[in-house]
Write a protein that binds this ligand. Structure first.
Ligand code: ADP
Length: 920
């Protein structure tokens, strides 16, 4: 009892003493936190170099694309075959992946030795022997994955996920006729030649990807694979836009860093010790894989051996003696280190045994020193590994623009798994170097074989899901023939709406506006304008100045219209409007002035005069009772009278499309079409009086308010409508009405997208089949999201934050890509439909005038048209395609509904006051 405690005390003291001695001797092996941080920064630079197209050819760290674009989501299923070729064994693994809830994987495994003569024989020989064995094992399984993990990937060029060109054999393989060829094709050829079974080779991966994919099945956050075994390497999911070697910048792809080659261009020279140089000089590939040689299991034992030899030679160990065994390369196996670094006393016993087996005569001090050497060498390995891993973590964190990254690393390799302290030291240092990352390390079970099967399983899942999604999205894609059809049908409805006989049944009402003339620049005066048509109400004072440099000054105030007023009684609505006008006049100090007034009222109205408008029906969310069928000007006048506060002088009632056209026409006389794509959509244009049968007279032109949003209400769009359009229509304020508008405008596009997303989720094609409560809410997916998402060049950051806002917190990168595709398809269809309608309009104007070629300007307004990054270009593209004889310029209107209303009022006043005669 006494003796052993004495020994323990003695040991501790001796230990500290000896350890101190070794620490001093091996100072250059011990890296401070600052140095490790510096290594991490250097490695990040090397990663950038490897990712960049220009610097990649000379980069030491190759950052190879793996063509693995997605990690498992747990819904994979099926049976897969995995071949694992490397070293002296060949492994065939049958992996059964049970789908959804079970998330279970079953495996059958068979290992075959590869005889020496085959390893050095011809390619076809290795083929034949393996495939014979393969058949016995798998009984004609149809699906397979080929996995070649041990061959160093930097010697391969991969061009696709199922193609891999072998640059040169390593690990003792010398088969002729294989180098420079695609290994997968060779395998396929061999199988074909035999002709008695069939496997479909889906993927070729390396072991880091295997580790990541294996762990990814159990933990969906897993996006890094790490190997510390015979060699060392890591892979991670990189943003496509950073991978300059490949085209395309959406989504992610796994990058195999090949970090073992870090330092091959001299980046680690100041940290490499004489021993590192000695190891390298004696290796099979001098000057190559320098980082790996400081870390991995293949070299760790040898590093320790060389240090021991050197210390012995300097009389610091073994009384200055060495043995032939100790001097033999490879005699100190890395496995010894695992035993030596075991718990103190047990470790000491192991040390003694190892050293004695090497023929050494030794003391307790020698054992303590040897143990310390092992600790220092393996700690350096763990810390260097932590430094490079920290760089990868920071890269992922920056890609996601996340303040705190939560991620999982799938790890495999004998050093990580068998060394008693390596993993703990690695984890600790990673957390010290990147304290803002919450990292989970997950050990990969069954390693690469299961991983290869997972890659295949994911590829199969993606292919099946992709086909299903495209089938659904295709219903939202319109062909050129369909668009031509839309154009023709719009054209037909226009004629029906203009004709007295068919006007009643026509879905497109083609309402006369009594606006016959556009401004000529001589208008002047102060005008009041009201603008009601969306979610807000505006009052404006517009000052029009005539003369050479005619110009318009405006002052305005915006008032909101609460939902309950929009859907209350008409009296409440108009009282609210009058209240706002009163407030504005007060604000401008103009109470008492009775200015001419233009009222932009953007709902379908029947007009018999310029200063009258009978509301046909509410649109865009308005439902106020007692207004439909009434003259809106009268309703407003009644409200003014009720308030008895001020007086108004009504001159013109205007639709916003007309205002838009007129305000553009003030600058561009060729502007004869007005288009709105905002909350709703509508068009007006200058029609020949002779075609407007509802109004007397055949001379000159009049602006016609098409109210084209109602196109389709008689079934003209039924064959283009999808289930999503029907759902949006059914849950709208006026089912069956405004069908064209419901496929085009801002009020509905977000809803269409939301319905597609719900359908995809219900079918398990999105968000792993899990819907958030928020996404079930009508209107929650705003149309402005479509603009933000399509404008997103920041690697889906916008998409992710929008999805988070919608409660979809665990959405993946694949989900973001898909959401973006849905937005693109829905917005594109809207813009194409709008372009097809416009083609009908400009063609009609051209034909009215018997022109071969028409040059015309369209004045446009509406937030969707103006803010969406692609909407306007698709409209123009479609229009050009469907109406090639018309040259159409688009002019974005600045405040058509305010300025335009005032200008129409000004023109009317000019005419009333005996100015220039109205055009006929
Ligand atoms: P209104 O048509 O009501 O007069 P706007 O032209 O401003 O008004 O259109 C508003 C509509 O535009 C909203 O219903 C919304 O759906 C849509 N919207 C708002 N912001 C954007 C955006 N950034 N991109 C696309 N659409 C948008």
């Amino acid at each position: 009892m006494l003796a052993s405690s004495l020994l323990a005390t003695y040991c501790t003291e001796l230990h500290d003493d000896q350890a101190h001695k070794v620490d001093k001797y091996l100072q250059c092996f011990q890296l401070s936190d600052e140095t490790l941080m510096d290594v991490s920064i250097r490695f990040r630079r090397e990663m950038d170099k490897g990712l960049c197209r220009d610097t990649n050819p000379t980069a030491a760290v190759k950052m190879l694309p793996t063509f693995v674009r997605s990690t498992p989501d747990g819904t994979e299923q099926g049976e897969f075959l995995s071949l694992d070729l490397g070293g002296a064994t060949f492994r065939v693994l049958l992996v059964k992946v049970m789908g959804n809830d079970e998330q279970k994987v079953e495996m059958e495994n068979q290992i075959y030795a590869i005889p020496e003569h085959i390893m050095r024989g011809s390619g076809s020989e290795v083929g034949s022997i393996h495939y014979t064995q393969l058949i016995c094992t798998v009984h004609n399984k149809a699906v397979g994955a080929c996995h070649l993990p041990v061959l160093y990937m930097y010697e391969f060029t991969i061009t696709q996920i199922d193609k891999i060109v072998l640059l040169s054999w390593t690990k003792g393989f010398r088969l002729s006729g294989v180098e420079g060829k695609d290994v997968v094709s060779l395998l396929r050829e061999s199988i074909k030649k035999r002709g008695d079974f069939d496997i479909d080779i889906v993927a070729v991966i390396n072991d880091t990807v295997g580790a990541m994919m294996t762990c990814g099945y159990d933990d969906h956050n897993c996006e890094i694979g790490l190997i510390v075994g015979t060699g060392t390497n890591a892979c991670y999911m990189e943003q496509m836009r950073n991978l300059e070697l490949l085209d395309g910048d959406e989504g992610r792809m796994c990058v195999n860093t090949e970090w073992g080659a870090f330092g091959d261009d001299g980046a680690l020279e100041d940290l490499r010790t004489d021993i590192d140089r000695e190891i390298d000089a004696g290796s099979l590939n001098p000057g190559k894989q320098l980082f790996e040689k400081m870390i991995s299991g293949m070299y760790m034992g040898e590093l320790v051996r060389l240090i021991l030899v050197r210390m012995a030679k300097e009389q610091l160990l073994f009384q200055g003696k060495t043995t032939a065994e100790l001097l033999t390369t490879g005699s100190f196996s890395t496995n010894y280190i695992y035993a030596i670094e075991n718990d103190k006393l047990e470790g000491l016993a192991s040390t003694e045994k190892v050293l004695r087996d090497l023929g050494l005569d030794l003391s307790l001090e020698d054992c303590i020193v040897t143990q310390r050497v092992c600790q220092i060498v393996s700690t350096r390995a763990a810390h260097l590994c932590a430094a490079t891993l920290a760089a990868v973590l920071r890269q992922i964190r920056d890609n996601k623009a996340a303040e705190k990254l939560r991620t999982t690393i799938g790890v495999d390799g004998s050093v990580y798994k068998n060394h008693p302290e390596f993993s703990r030291r690695l984890h600790k240092m990673v957390r010290r170097l990147v304290p803002d990352c919450d990292v989970r390390f997950l050990q990969s079970q069954y390693g690469s074989g299961k991983g290869a099967a997972m890659v295949t399983a994911v590829a199969y899942r993606l292919a099946t899901q992709h086909a299903e999604r495209q089938r659904i999205l295709n219903t939202l894609r319109l062909s050129r023939a369909q668009l031509l059809d839309v154009k023709e049908r719009v054209r037909k409805e226009m004629v029906r709406g203009l004709s007295k006989q068919t006007h009643e049944q026509a879905s497109v009402k083609m309402l006369p506006t009594y606006v016959r003339s556009t401004p000529d620049g001589t208008e002047h005066g102060d005008f009041l304008a009201l603008d009601l048509g969306g979610s807000s109400f505006r009052v404006l004072l517009v000052q029009v100045r005539s003369g050479k440099r005619h110009k318009v000054d405006m002052h305005q105030k915006i008032y909101s219209i609460p939902q309950e007023i929009m859907q209350g009684t008409g009296e409440e609505l108009f009282n609210h409007i009058v209240h706002c006008i009163s407030d504005f006049l007060e604000y401008m100090g103009m109470k008492g002035a009775s200015l001419p007034l233009g009222f932009t009222f953007s709902f379908p109205c029947h007009q018999n005069r310029l200063d009258q408008g009978i509301l046909l029906k509410w649109t865009k969310g308005f439902k106020a009772t007692g207004c439909e069928g009434e003259d809106v000007v009268m309703l407003l006048k009644d409200a003014v009278r009720r308030k008895q506060d001020f007086d108004l002088n009504f001159v013109a009632m205007v639709n916003d499309t007309v205002g838009t056209m007129i305000s553009c026409g003030y600058e561009d006389p060729k502007c004869e079409v007005g288009l709105i794509v905002g909350t709703g959509t509508n068009v007006c244009y200058m029609e020949d009086m002779k075609n407007i049968e509802l109004v007397e007279g055949d001379d000159g032109h009049m602006c016609v308010n098409m109210e084209w949003g109602a196109f389709g209400d008689s079934g003209e769009l039924d064959d283009f409508c999808t289930q999503f359009d029907h759902m949006v229509d059914a849950s709208s304020n006026y089912p069956g009405k405004q069908r064209y508008e419901k496929m085009i405008s801002g009020m509905y596009l977000g809803e269409i997208v939301r319905n597609v997303l719900i359908d995809f989720t219900a079918k398990g094609l999105l968000f792993r089949g899990k819907l958030s409560e928020r996404l079930k809410t009508r209107g929650i997916f705003e149309t402005k999201f479509l603009s933000q998402i399509e404008r997103d060049h920041l690697a889906m950051r916008q998409v992710r934050s929008i999805l988070q806002h919608l409660g979809l917190t665990s959405s993946t990168c694949d989900d973001s890509v898909l959401v973006k595709e849905v937005c693109t398809v829905v917005a594109r269809r809207a813009a194409q439909l709008c372009g097809a309608g416009l083609a009908a309009v400009v063609e009609k104007i051209r034909e009215n005038r018997n022109l071969n070629h028409l040059s015309v300007t369209v004045g446009v307004d509406g937030t969707l048209y103006k803010m969406h990054p692609h909407f306007s270009s698709v409209v123009q593209e479609t229009l050009q395609d469907l109406a090639p004889q018309c040259q159409v310029t688009f002019h974005k209107s600045e405040d058509g509904s305010g300025k335009g209303a005032a200008l129409i009022t000004a023109v009317a006043c000019r005419i009333q006051n005996g100015g220039q005669k109205q055009e006929h």
